[in-house]
Design a protein around this ligand. Sequence first.
Ligand code: SAH
Length: 213
Amino acid sequence: MIDTYRHQGLRKLLVNGLKDRGISDENVLKAIGNVPRHIFMDSSFLEFAYQDKAFPIGSGQTISQPYTVAFQSELLQVEKGMKVLEVGTGSGYQASVLLEMGAKVFTVERQINLFKSVSKFFNKYGFKAKVFNRDGYKGLPTFAPFDRIIITAAVPKIPDELKMQLKVGGNLVAPVGKGGHQTMVRLIKISETEFDEEYHGGFVFVPMLPGIE
Ligand code: SAH
């Protein structure tokens, strides 16, 4: 992997920008400072890797904007050793930030071509996230329950199956809403049947695609 002083310097600037925008969790900032975002992007986009912007990764999908990744990671309140389910692997960048924060990451990607390329990519660089070609609406019942669940595509509502796969005391972070605008929601599971719901501002995500079967 090529990670030059220039890349590292640009990451430092990116992290400072995230701090200015209100990200304060030191573990999140450290992880973003450590993960080389440029290797997740097509070489033709390299120069954009450390701008705070989303970029296309093929198959009509995007690598999330660093601010969004930082914001969702901060809301999740990840601690070392936690089991985290990510829905929507995409480029694998968000999953790698969670890995860098010490989480055990399970991530599901519905599109076979993205699943294949991200699996190869994780192998190549030794990122230890477990990737599955599954429908995110169904989650990963075999590996449930999870301490944390993060959805990285827009859902009209939070799927019940994912709520069931969350541990009591755990939380789930997802952009909820139809059309071009969503609200970032954090659900906190307070008992097997009860959830607290918090709203954390507006974001724009690509919509979650319908299930595979
Ligand atoms: N987390 C990603 C960005 C996600 S973009 C990153 O860090 O780069 C949203 C992703 O969700 C896309 O890769 C898309 O293919 C995937 N997706 C869409 N619908 C899905 C579904 N039903 N199940 C699982 N993944 C889905």
